[in-house]
Design a protein around this ligand. Structure first.
Ligand SMILES: [Zn+2]
Length: 438
C-alpha cells in the first residue's frame, strides 16, 4: 500500500453497488457510498459524488449493500452448545454470540431480558465500538412469574419473579437505576405448559412504573386475549406474534391508536421441528457455520431427529402457530401497524443467532410481504422500535453498518443469505461466513 494523503486515509468508497438503503424504495443501481470516520459521509452516483482523492475504493459490481440487520428480540448468554442455562451467561460466551450475529450481518442486537452483570459490563464498550461483534441493547433482567414463565434456569441476578405489585414496581426501579433500555414481562403460560399466568395487577404495575421512568415495556405473548388486554393497559411492544386466533379489527385499531409495536418472531415455532424435518439443511453453509460443535452433533444424530419427529401432534401445533403468526403479520402490516424485527434467537439452542434472522426474512416474504418490505422492517423499522436514529438506513451521517451480499435481495430474498462481507462502523469486520468459527 502506497502513501496516501492524510485527509483521505480514513475515507472508503464503495462503488458500483446496488443500494438498498432501508427506506423502502427500489434499489439504486451503480451507486456510490462514501464512508468516513465510521459513518456514511455521502451516498449518490458518479454524476453526483466526487470520490475523495486517495480514498480506498472497493468495487462491488454485482453486489447489493443494505443496512446491517437489527434484532429487536434476541437473548445473549443463555445458550452454549446444546445447553440453555444461566450458567452460560459469561462475558466470553456473550462476546462469542455477538461476533456470530455480526458475521451474519446482524450488527445490532436487543437482548430482551435475562441480562445480568456481564451484559452491562459489555454494553458500554459495544456502544463505543471497542468490542468486536454486534452492538447491544437490552431489557435488564426481565420480570417473570413465580412458578411460571419464563421456564428457564435463571438466578435472581438475571430475572425477577415478583409476588406483588409493590415488588414489581421495585424491580422496575432497580432496572431503571441500571439504565436499562427496555423493560420485559413474560405474561402467558407458554401454551398451557405452565400452571400460572402473570396477574394483570402485576403487569399493570410494571407498565405504570416503567412509564414513570420514561421506559417502555415489551411483553412476551402468545394469545390474542392477552395481547388485547396488554395493549389496552398501555404495553409498548408485543414481543411475539399472536398465534392462537386471527387478529380482529378492534385489536388492529387499538394497536394503531396506541402506536404499539409488534415483533412477530415467526421463526421460533418453526425452530422446534425444521432441523429434524430437513436434515439436508446441515449441508447449507449458512447453517453449518452458525452451529457450535455440540449442537451440530445433536442435529446430525438420527436419535435426536427421531425423537422430534415422534411427536407429530406437537409439530402440527407449531405449524399452525406459524401459519397463524404469518397471517396476522400480513394483516397487521397491511393495516399500518408498527412492525419490528426479531426471532428470539439465543433463547434456546435451536434459535440460532444470525441464522434465525436470515430465516425470518424468508418467513416474512412467505407471509406475503415483499422482500423490500421485509428488509425495511429488519433495518429501518427495527431501529425505529429502539428509537435509534443513528442506524437502520444508509444515508449521510448514519453509522456505516452494512451487509453486503451477492445478487439482488430486492428481487429474491434468498440473496440476503449470500453474504459477501459485513461492515460495522465503517470497517470490514468479516468477509463471508466461511471464516467464522462458532
Ligand atoms: Zn425472548
Amino acid at each position: 500500500m502506497g502513501v496516501v494523503h492524510a485527509a483521505a486515509t480514513d475515507s472508503v468508497v464503495l462503488e458500483n453497488v446496488r443500494l438498498i438503503d432501508g427506506m423502502g424504495g427500489p434499489p439504486q443501481e451503480h451507486a456510490i457510498v462514501v464512508i468516513k470516520g465510521g459513518r456514511i459521509a455521502a451516498v449518490g452516483t458518479a454524476t453526483t459524488i466526487s470520490v475523495p482523492r486517495g480514498a480506498h475504493v472497493v468495487d462491488l459490481d454485482g453486489k447489493s449493500v443494505l443496512p446491517g440487520l437489527i434484532s429487536d428480540h434476541s437473548h445473549l448468554g443463555m445458550v452454549d452448545g446444546t445447553s440453555a442455562s444461566a450458567k452460560n451467561a459469561t462475558a466470553a460466551n456473550i462476546e462469542r454470540q455477538l461476533r456470530q450475529f455480526e458475521a451474519y450481518g446482524v450488527t445490532t442486537v436487543t437482548s430482551l431480558g435475562l441480562n445480568g452483570a456481564p451484559f452491562y459490563q459489555l454494553r458500554g464498550p459495544a456502544h463505543q465500538g471497542s468490542l468486536p461483534g454486534a452492538d447491544i441493547f437490552g431489557a435488564d433482567r426481565g420480570i417473570g412469574v413465580p412458578g411460571g414463565a419464563p421456564p428457564v434456569d435463571a438466578g435472581p441476578d438475571q430475572l425477577y419473579r415478583p409476588h406483588t405489585a409493590a415488588e414489581a414496581r421495585q424491580a422496575v426501579r432497580e432496572a431503571a437505576a441500571r439504565h436499562t433500555d427496555l423493560v420485559k414481562v413474560w405474561v402467558d403460560d407458554f401454551h398451557g405448559s405452565l400452571p400460572v399466568k402473570m396477574k394483570p395487577e402485576i403487569y399493570r404495575a410494571v407498565i405504570d412504573e416503567a412509564h414513570k421512568h420514561g421506559l417502555r415495556v415489551a411483553a412476551h405473548v402468545y394469545y390474542l386475549d392477552d395481547a388485547r388486554q396488554l395493549v389496552a393497559d398501555g404495553v409498548d411492544i408485543l414481543a411475539h406474534g399472536v398465534r392462537d386466533k386471527p387478529v380482529d379489527a378492534a385489536f388492529i385499531a387499538a394497536m394503531k391508536a396506541r402506536h404499539t409495536w409488534y415483533i412477530p418472531t415467526l421463526g421460533l415455532d418453526e425452530d422446534f421441528y425444521i432441523f429434524a424435518e430437513q436434515p439436508a439443511l446441515l449441508g447449507d453453509p449458512l447453517l453449518a457455520h452458525a452451529l457450535q460443535p455440540a449442537l451440530r452433533n445433536e442435529l446430525a444424530n438420527p436419535g435426536w431427529r427421531a425423537g422430534v419427529l415422534a411427536k407429530p401432534a406437537g409439530i402440527a401445533v407449531d405449524k399452525q402457530a406459524l401459519a397463524m403468526n404469518q397471517r396476522n403479520l400480513k394483516a397487521l402490516f397491511d393495516a399500518g401497524v408498527n412492525i419490528g424485527f426479531g426471532t428470539d434467537s439465543g433463547a434456546m439452542p435451536l434459535r440460532i443467532p444470525g441464522y434465525a434472522e436470515h430465516r425470518e426474512l424468508h418467513l416474512m416474504t412467505d407471509a406475503g410481504l415483499t422482500p423490500l418490505q421485509a428488509i425495511d422492517i429488519a433495518t429501518h423499522q427495527a431501529a425505529s422500535l429502539l428509537r435509534l436514529n443513528d442506524r437502520g438506513v444508509i444515508a449521510p451521517g448514519k453509522l456505516a453498518d452494512l451487509l453486503i451480499v451477492d445478487g439482488d435481495p430486492a428481487r429474491d430474498i434468498g440473496d440476503v443469505d449470500r453474504i459477501d462481507a459485513v461492515w460495522h462502523r465503517g470497517k470490514e469486520v468479516s468477509h463471508g461466513i466461511g471464516a467464522f468459527l462458532p
